[in-house]
Design a protein around this ligand. Structure first.
Ligand code: NAD
Length: 355
């Protein structure tokens, strides 16, 4: 496999491989761009079928972090790491500690946090070995993880999209279909229902959807039918690449707004959504609440600052993307990329109290 000419390489600054013989750890850290500061991004543990798949994933995710940090106005660069292995079988405290030692060899150039396959407890174990980690309760003072903040950001992003596209100032009676009732999907459903929306949900794990039905009053839909559900907002909160040439013509919604990373199968899908008259809320903008939270947590700021920054994304950044996209007749995904690129290429950092 080629690396420098890999389609996802995109000028990455670093790709670092690590193998720890005694624990079996095989990990890769990708650092895409540090113009705005040290790289920050989660660590994903996944049972990749091949090493090539792991490399492609870490490169794609890490590049995404650069764009996300830039568009959210944070003074950090983009990076991500992956651990190759099945989190249900291969994850041991020793392996996580070895990941912590690996982090130290990068001297803080990359700061990690949780992602798919790792939870807050795992992150605490890594943190036992390194300071270059965030998004967990370091001081045991009951600080929560990133997911509730991601859910809040998606909720606020949906409000923003509904206002722009449907000219509605509240979510009363708005129908939302959520694909994936996991950490974010569940929290989002709770906020939506509390604010008068009707929520349809689907999950491939019966236990997750059953809990949402029982505890929140979510209306269950089969995982095969959720994307086509006739609703006001479709919210993909499971895995990526759900929006593609095949699925887009089948959508029955004026708005797509969810937390899943990399929702577009390919760049052209942004155009396909625009042409179908669907307002797509760019994934890495609407799901930035978790990153904002772990950023402030690392640099030390309080909950009010986190919430106010997330509100700013929904009240200023998203409406700006929607308006520019409409004016220039371009996909919202393209406008978000342009605005983000402009900022990280300029390397101009914001003056904040945090970093
Ligand atoms: P999670 O693993 O807790 O939940 C995902 C849920 O989706 C699981 O319940 C899973 O069973 C379900 N699922 C998987 N494939 C499905 C399918 N085809 N149909 C229906 N359900 C399906 O993950 P999460 O933390 O809630 O994250 C959800 C998405 O949001 C992921 O793509 C993640 O990368 C992204 N994201 C999460 C955060 C965060 O703070 N947790 C931040 C940014 C982005």
């Amino acid at each position: 496999m080629s690396v420098f000419s890999h389609p996802e390489y995109d000028g990455h600054e670093k790709l670092v491989f690590h193998h720890d013989k005694s624990t079996g750890l095989k990990a890769i850290v990708a650092i895409h761009n540090t113009n705005l500061g040290h790289a920050l991004g989660g660590c994903r543990m996944w049972d990749y079928a091949t090493e090539d798949e792991a490399i492609a994933d870490v490169l794609r995710l890490s590049k995404g972090m650069t764009y996300k940090a830039a568009i959210t106005g944070l003074n950090i660069g983009g990076g991500k790491s992956v651990i190759i292995g099945d989190p249900h079988k291969d994850k041991t405290p020793e392996l996580l500690r070895a990941m912590g030692h690996f982090m130290n060899t990068l001297h803080g150039e990359y700061i990690t946090a949780e992602d798919v396959g790792l939870n807050e407890e795992d992150i605490s174990i890594i943190a036992g070995e390194t300071d270059y980690v965030t998004g967990f309760d370091r001081h045991h003072i009951g600080v929560d993880g990133p997911s509730p903040y991601t859910a809040y950001g998606v909720f606020r992003g949906i409000e923003s999209a509904v206002k722009f596209k449907l000219s509605r100032n509240n979510l009363q009676g708005i129908r939302v279909a959520i694909q994936g009732m996991g950490k974010v999907g569940f929290g989002l459903a709770r906020l939506l229902i509390k604010n008068g929306a009707t929520v349809y949900g689907a999950d491939i794990f019966a236990e997750n959807i059953d809990r949402a039905v029982r505890e929140l009053g979510v209306i269950p839909v089969s995982p095969d039918g959720i994307l086509q559900k006739n609703v006001d907002v479709l919210s993909p909160c499971a895995m990526g690449a759900t929006l593609n040439e095949e699925s887009i013509p089948q959508l029955n919604t004026p708005i797509v707004a969810g937390s899943a990373n990399n929702q577009l199968g390919e760049l052209a899908d942004g155009r396909r959504l625009t042409e179908a008259g669907i307002l797509y809320v760019p994934d890495y903008v609407i799901n930035s609440g978790g990153l904002i939270k772990v950023y402030y947590q690392y640099f030390g700021a309080d909950r009010e600052e986190v919430i106010s920054h997330i509100d700013q994304i929904a009240d200023e950044t998203l409406p700006r993307i929607f308006s520019v996209a409409r004016e220039q007749r371009k996909p919202t995904s393209v406008i978000a990329d342009e605005l983000a690129r402009e900022r990280f290429m300029s390397g101009e950092v914001e003056q904040t109290d945090a970093a």
